[in-house]
Design a protein around this ligand. Structure first.
Ligand SMILES: Cc1ncc(COP(=O)(O)O)c(C=O)c1O
Length: 375
């Protein structure tokens, strides 16, 4: 059907409605929540065990450790590598300069040094041609961030990591179910409610095939206990709770179908957004992008956001201030990272989730196509 057909009727499309997402499986979710509430057992019980097994199986890893959130998944992983002697204070970790700040916080929290590497504007992924230039004798790890749901793992990066003996940590917070991910040493997930696999509160997980790493993370997340009340190292309390695990267990069953729907809607955007004032990121193979976020780019981003708002369409910017320009990292504020800064200045995320209809996606494409500047 022609996109123009939808241009006349004003629709109201929020950027994201968690209420609608939860409503898709409300009965099942309410049932498991009630079961947990009635059980009287709220932490470290059968639901966490069940979900950890299911998610390890889903990600094709032998271990999964549920933790309190995605930032903890990353922070505890780096901390565990330090305890294992793989990383030490002041070691360098390569990380994309364009990422959500949590990726960088996990590094600096551990007294490690983030080496910010520019992405490519077309793929939005860390530029693998730049990685090797950034490696020094202090470099011990690469953190890949599959931002927006786009897989950034490449054979070339794996080869660089092998050559320089670097650990590959994957920040999978935005990429649950993405085909090409999970080939590094360890994967860190967030289950923040808006994620492709989202809880009804905070949650996170680490998946890996490395048993020593999994044991170390598990201990650090539980006060440093190797067994109950025996703290071999100082630890913290970072746990996924039973209610969240039960909800995630329900939602995991629908993740592949949800991602497939996101891919269909994204295809519609690629087919129908034709405004020359707008740039779309490179189209990836189906499966290598689970479209957690659909970013579009324009030099007139703020006017575009206003135009879409006038058509009833909600948008968000991911992310307006890159880590190196944040006040908390004033030691890097002087850096000029032109591609990262261009992305921060031009990015606008348009609605994309499994509750959306084909006509909503067409309406949004048409609204974008109707955007003009005054010049
Ligand atoms: C890329 C990325 N890394 C890490 C995180 C941190 O996850 P959480 O919010 O669960 O701490 C997020 C979540 O927002 C994220 O998008």
């Amino acid at each position: 059907m022609a996109a123009e057909a939808f241009a006349m009727t004003l629709m109201n499309i929020p950027y994201l409605s968690l209420k609608e997402i939860t409503a898709l499986h409300a009965d099942e979710i309410q049932q498991v929540v009630r079961t947990v509430v009635d059980s009287g057992w709220y932490l470290q019980g059968q639901w966490v065990d069940k979900f950890e097994k299911e998610f390890a199986n889903y990600t094709n890893h032998s271990h999964c450790i549920g933790v309190a959130n995605g930032l903890d998944a990353l922070t505890l992983t780096l901390r565990a590598y330090k305890e294992m002697g793989v990383l030490a204070d002041n070691d360098e970790v390569i990380v994309p300069a364009h990422t959500f700040i949590a990726s960088v916080l996990a590094i600096t929290e551990n007294n490690l040094v983030p080496i910010l590497v520019e992405p490519r504007f077309d793929t939005l992924a860390i530029d693998d041609a730049e990685i090797e230039k950034a490696i020094t004798p202090q470099t011990k790890a690469i953190m890949l961030v599959h931002l927006y749901g786009r897989c950034t793992y490449t054979d070339k990066i794996a080869e660089i990591a092998r050559k320089h003996n670097l650990v590959i940590i994957e920040d999978c917070a935005q990429a649950h179910g993405c085909k090409g991910i999970g080939k590094g040493d360890v994967s860190c997930y967030s289950f923040y409610p808006g994620k492709n696999l989202g809880a009804l509160g905070d949650g996170g997980a680490v998946t890996t095939n490395n048993k020593a790493l999994a044991d170390a993370i598990h201990a650090i997340a539980n006060y440093g206990f190797s067994k109950r009340y025996h703290a071999d190292n100082t630890g913290r309390n970072s746990r996924l709770d039973e209610i969240q695990a039960a909800v995630l267990s329900v939602k995991l069953k629908y993740l592949n179908a949800d991602n497939a729907r996101r891919q269909e809607l994204a295809r519609s955007y690629y087919n129908n957004i034709t405004n020359p004032l707008i740039t779309l990121p490179s189209l990836m193979d189906n499966g290598d992008n689970v479209y957690h976020i659909f970013p579009i780019f324009s030099e007139h981003r703020d006017a575009l956001a206003q135009h879409l708002e006038s058509k009833g369409i909600g948008t968000i910017i991911h992310y307006p201030i890159p880590p190196h320009k944040q006040k908390c990292y004033n030691q890097w504020n002087h850096l000029h990272l032109p591609i990262t800064e261009k992305i921060a200045n031009e990015e606008l995320s348009i609605p994309l989730n499994q509750t959306m209809t084909d006509s909503q996606a067409l309406y949004i494409a048409e609204a974008i196509n109707s955007f003009k500047t005054n010049k």
